[in-house]
Write a protein that binds this ligand. Sequence first.
Ligand code: NAD
Length: 348
Amino acid sequence: MPVRLGIIGCGQVAHFHLKGLKSTDAEITALADINKENARKLAAGIGTIQMFSDYRMMLNETDIDAVIIGLQNNLHYEAVSACIEHGKAIFCEKPLTANAQESKDLVKKVKDANVVFMIGFMKRHHRAFQKMKELVTELAPVIHAKIRQCIFIPLDQMEANRLRRQWWGWDKKVGRGGALVHSGSHELDVIRYLTGEPKSITANFKFVPGLDEMEHYCAAMLEMEQGFSTLIDITAMPYSKYGAEHGGWLEEIEIYCAKGWVKLTNYTWDGSVSPALVVYRENHQSFENIYTGKSRQWENEMQHFINCVENKKNPTPGVVDGYRVDRIISDAYLSGKENRKVEISFAC
Ligand SMILES: NC(=O)c1ccc[n+]([C@@H]2O[C@H](COP(=O)([O-])OP(=O)(O)OC[C@H]3O[C@@H](n4cnc5c(N)ncnc54)[C@H](O)[C@@H]3O)[C@@H](O)[C@H]2O)c1
C-alpha cells in the first residue's frame, strides 16, 4: 500500500515538494493551510484531496502515515510536536526551529516517540553537491574551506520595512533571524556534509537598518574538528538582478585540500540551473569542469523520505542535523553579541 501523505503549509516550498512527490508512488490525501487560496492552488496540482484550515484537525481526522511541513520557521516546533504526538513520519523544512533549545527538545521527542524524521536540507540530494563530496574525499585532507552566499534585500530602511511586510522572513518573530537563518542554514549543513563538524565559531553581524536585529551580513570563522578553518560569508545585498535567474541569489563553495581544490558555483537555490563544478588536481596540474546534469534534488529528497517511511529507517539529513545547524546558528549569534569565540557543544 502506498504511503499516505498530508501537507501542512501550502506556500512556495510545498510546490517543490509536490513536484518531488510526483516522482514517488506516495499518495497525497490531505492538506492543511490557513490561507484558502494557497491551499486551493496546491490542491489544483493534486486532484481529489481532503482540505483543512487547521492541521490539528487533519491529524485527528485522516489516516495519513506521514506529513510534509512547509510552515513559517516560528511554527515548526509546534507542528512537529503535534505530528509526533500523532505518531506520524515527518518531513520538516529547514531550519528545524532556529532556536537551539527548541531543536534540542525536538531531538528528544523524535527519539522517544521513535518516529521517522527528515529535515529539508535538499542540497544533500543534489548530484553536484554529492560529486563535490566525492572530490573532497579524493583530494583529502582538507586544508581550508570558504563559503560565500548572497541573497537579495534592499538595505534602505524604508525598502527593508516594505519587504518585511511582504515576506515573513524579514520579521524576526517569524523568520527567527536574517540571512544566516534563511540561506546560511543551508551552508552550515553543506559544510558539515562535505567536511565534518565545527568545534568553535567566531561571528560578526551587520543588521538591516531599522529592522530588529535582522542580519543582512554574517562573517564567521568556524574551527573544524579536523583541524582546518572554514570562512563563511553570508550576505543579503541590494542586487535584485544578481545570479543566473536574476533573483539576487548566488552561492560559491571552495574547498582547498592537500591534493587539490574544488569549487562549486550555484546560481539558483531551487536547482533549476546546473551549478558549475570545477576541480584542480595537483598531480595532473590541471583543471577539470564537471557537469553533473539537471538537478533532481526535490525528487531525490522526497524519494529518500518515502523509502525511509516505507522501511522505517532514519533519513539523512535527520533531526540531529537540524539541531546541530540550529546550535551553530545560536552560537553564532552569541559570538556576535559577546564579541568572542564560542566553543560549540552538540551534546543533547
Ligand atoms: N529548502 C529550501 O530551500 C526552502 C525554500 C523555501 C522555503 N523553505 C522553508 O519552508 C518553510 C516555508 O517557506 P515558504 O517559502 O514556503 O513560505 P510561504 O509563506 O510561501 O508558505 C507558508 C504557508 O504556511 C501557511 N500557514 C501559516 N500558518 C499556518 C498554520 N497555522 N496552519 C497551516 N498553514 C499555515 C501559509 O498560509 C502559507 O501558505 C520555511 O521554513 C522556509 O524556511 C525552504
